[in-house]
Design a protein around this ligand. Structure first.
Ligand code: MLT
Length: 260
C-alpha cells in the first residue's frame, strides 16, 4: 500500500474519496501534521497502490483489511480515523471489523446507507465503461462538476484543473473495481449506532453527491456525533478549502484530546 506518513504524535489516518487518491489531502497534510501524525494511504487500485490479482470479488471490506494491516505494520494500536465519501465507507467497514482500533472518527461528505437499485445500476455502468473504454476523458468530465461545489467551479480554477488531472491519472481497473466494491457495500446504521466514540461529521454546504440531509442522518446515528456544515464547498471540502477543513478538525481534536 502506498502511504504518506508525516508529522508526529496522535496518529490520524485519512482515507480518500473516489475517483482520486491520497493527493486529495495535499492541501491539509502539512498543517495537520504540524499538530498530529497524518497517515494517508492510496486505497487499492487507486494512486500508486496496485490492485491485487487475487481473483476475489470487489469489496470495501478488503480495503478495510488493507488499512488494518497497515496499522499493524506501523505498530499503531488505535488511531483517529477519517474518511471522505468512499473513504468514509471504508472507515465504516473498519469499525465493523476492528472498532477497538478507532479512538475517534472524522467523516466528511459520506453516508451511512447502502445504495439504491438505481445507484447500483449506475455504478455498474460506470464500471463496465471503464473496463471497455478505459477511464480517460469521460470520467473526469462527468465527475468534476459533481464533486466540486458551485463556488469552486466558479472561483477556484486551480482546484478544477488539479482535480481533473487527478481523476485522469487513476487506472481504469481501479476505477471499475472501486465502483463494483461500493455497489455491494452494506448499510452501516447498526455499526455507527454502536460507535460510542467522539465523531466529527462534516459536509460541504454545496455537496451534490451526499447533501446535508445525509450528514444529518449520519450524525443522528452516531452516539457522540457532531455536525459541521462547511461553507462555499461541495463534496471535497479538504481539497476545495483546506484551511477551513483543517481548522474544523483541529478545533474538534483539541476538545477531543482534552476529554481523552
Ligand atoms: C466519492 O466521492 O468517494 C464517491 O462520490 C462516493 C460514491 O460514489 O458513493
Amino acid at each position: 500500500m502506498n502511504v504518506i506518513d508525516t508529522g508526529s504524535g496522535l496518529p490520524m489516518v485519512l482515507l480518500h474519496a473516489f475517483p482520486v487518491d491520497s493527493r486529495m489531502w495535499d492541501g491539509v497534510r502539512s498543517d495537520l501534521a504540524a499538530n498530529v501524525r497524518v497517515i494517508t494511504p492510496d486505497q487499492r487500485g487507486l494512486g500508486w497502490t496496485p490492485l491485487p490479482r487475487d481473483g476475489r470479488p470487489p469489496s470495501l471490506n478488503d480495503v478495510a483489511a488493507d488499512v488494518i494491516a497497515m496499522l499493524d505494520q506501523l505498530g499503531l494500536e488505535r488511531v483517529v480515523l477519517g474518511g471522505c465519501s468512499m473513504g468514509g465507507y471504508v472507515a465504516m467497514a473498519i469499525l465493523r471489523f476492528a472498532r477497538r482500533r478507532v479512538a475517534g472518527l472524522i467523516l466528511s461528505d459520506t453516508k451511512v446507507g447502502a445504495d439504491s437499485v438505481e445507484q447500483v445500476v449506475n455504478r455498474l455502468s460506470v464500471a463496465e465503461r471503464a473496463e471497455t473504454e478505459g477511464s480517460k476523458g469521460w470520467l473526469a468530465e462527468n465527475m468534476v462538476p459533481n464533486l466540486l461545489g458551485d463556488t469552486s467551479l466558479a472561483e477556484r480554477p486551480g482546484a478544477v484543473n488539479v482535480l481533473h488531472a487527478l481523476i485522469e491519472e487513476q487506472p481504469a481497473a481501479g476505477v471499475s473495481w472501486a465502483q463494483r466494491a461500493m455497489a455491494v457495500r452494506r448499510d452501516a446504521t447498526e455499526v455507527l449506532r454502536n460507535t460510542a466514540i467522539p465523531a466529527l461529521v462534516m459536509v460541504g454546504e454545496q455537496d451534490k453527491i451526499t447533501p446535508i440531509a445525509e450528514a444529518e442522518r449520519l450524525t443522528d446515528t452516531l452516539p457522540y456525533g457532531e455536525l459541521t456544515v462547511l461553507p462555499r464547498v461541495g463534496h471535497l471540502p479538504a481539497f476545495e478549502d483546506p484551511r477551513t477543513f483543517t481548522d474544523t478538525v483541529m478545533r474538534w481534536l483539541s476538545r477531543f484530546a482534552r476529554k481523552g
